[in-house]
Design a protein around this ligand. Structure first.
Ligand SMILES: [Cu+2]
Length: 116
């Protein structure tokens, strides 16, 4: 009897985890856009800026300047994602980077700003 109970609860637990996984994925989406920057240090700054709740994955490519962001639609907006990057001093397609934050970047990170 006891064994049967454990078998059943184990099954329920599995269903719970699977459902959680499936429904959890439902609200995720991935976007890509351009972020101006130079080097690996830029990469770290940009990706760290998106180390917030709602963002599952952020990966910036220094060669293509394209960032790929996987986030939860219910927890964060595209606008907020652009704002977070801009606040760290980096220009995005939609938002100009904060000038003061840009000045504080390492000299090697002073990328050529897009005309705006
Ligand atoms: Cu840099």
């Amino acid at each position: 009897m006891k064994q049967l109970f454990f078998k059943k609860s184990g099954l329920l637990l599995s269903i719970f985890f699977i459902a959680n996984f499936v429904f959890g994925q439902k609200n995720d989406t991935t976007i890509t856009f351009k972020v101006w920057g130079n080097c690996d240090m830029c990469k770290r700054t940009i990706e760290t800026a998106l180390d917030v709740k709602g963002v599952k994955l952020a990966e910036w490519d220094k060669n293509t300047k394209i960032i790929s962001v996987t986030y939860n639609l219910e927890k964060i907006t595209v606008e907020k994602i652009h704002e977070l990057i801009a606040a760290s001093g980096y220009d995005t397609e939609q938002k100009r980077g904060d000038d003061k934050a840009y000045q504080r970047l390492s000299p090697c990170c002073h990328y050529e700003r897009k005309s705006q």
